[in-house]
Design a protein around this ligand. Structure first.
Ligand SMILES: C[S@@+](CC[C@H](N)C(=O)[O-])C[C@H]1O[C@@H](n2cnc3c(N)ncnc32)[C@H](O)[C@@H]1O
Length: 251
């Protein structure tokens, strides 16, 4: 049976790789590198660097171009479903043709595979389709949320309190549990923090966390929102892509 290792590689710093991840990498003979257009150079570069630095035996890398995703569609769940199905089709074919029966392959997943990442779901879909038999293991990684907290030197929760993790889309729609005081926002292409109406809310924002380009801004969201938008727009234009995450903390 083909074995697949889903390895969290951390949120940008090659030193995020855990010892468990290094050991897992060295079990793989084929590394599948998923390439998104905008981020292709930088993020796939990091994956190749990680392999070169930590893999001691022979291995091959196989690039998997990410299928296009309909980001304009109002039917968000359907668009994501179609994109995952296209991924499952491509990855299933690659696993069948590039990975021999009884050999081991690895997917290097940005951050942690359990947080806003579809690798596990896509492998489940491939398994369920039944054209190939595979088994997979998951190796956790340092997520961008942990990198954000460390960079700002904050704890994510206050004493005995919960944290709510959500997306920019949901924040903009006002879809946050009433009374939530600590809200982490990911996948926000539209600066949804501008919609926060509550006075007395701080934002801890970070872009390109754990990379040489890291940018951090913190302060009252009403006061620093404009600065974040300006800095974000400039950085995105300069690099061609951006990844940012933030914590909204009601005082
Ligand atoms: C598809 S999700 C992947 C999350 C990832 N699995 C993790 O554990 O961090 C992508 C989102 O993660 C966040 N992100 C990932 N890496 C980041 C980084 N280095 N700096 C800031 N945000 C990051 C951003 O909110 C981005 O939109």
């Amino acid at each position: 049976m083909r074995r697949v290792l889903v390895i969290g590689i951390g949120a940008g710093d090659p030193d995020h790789l855990t010892l468990q991840a290094v050991a897992a990498l060295n079990r793989a003979s084929v590394v599948f590198v998923v390439e998104k257009d905008a981020e292709r150079g930088d993020l796939s570069g990091l994956r190749h660097e990680i392999c070169a630095r930590h893999m001691r035996g022979d291995y091959r890398t196989v690039a998997l171009a990410d299928p296009p995703r309909d980001r304009a569609s109002a039917a968000y769940a359907e668009a994501v479903g179609a994109w995952r199905a296209a991924r499952a089709q491509r990855w299933g074919e690659a696993l069948r043709t590039e990975l021999d029966e009884d050999s081991c392959g690895a997917f290097l997943v940005w951050g942690d595979p359990a947080l806003y990442d579809s690798t596990i779901a896509v492998l489940e879909q491939i398994s369920a389709a039944g054209e190939i038999t595979l088994d997979y293991e998951v190796i956790p990684g340092i997520s961008s949320v942990q990198a954000l907290a460390a960079a700002h030197r904050i704890a994510l929760n206050r004493v005995g309190e919960p944290i709510h993790v959500t997306t920019g889309r949901r924040l903009a729609a006002g879809d946050v549990p009433p009374g939530a005081r600590d809200v982490i926002v990911m996948l926000d292409a539209d600066c949804a923090f501008r919609t926060v109406a509550d006075r007395g809310t701080d934002i801890y924002w970070g872009a390109y966390l754990s990379t040489p380009d890291e940018i951090l801004i913190a302060g009252d969201v009403g006061e620093v929102a404009g600065e974040i938008v300006r800095v974000r727009t400039e950085a995105r234009a300069r690099k061609g892509w951006i990844m940012d995450t933030y914590l909204l903390r009601r005082r």
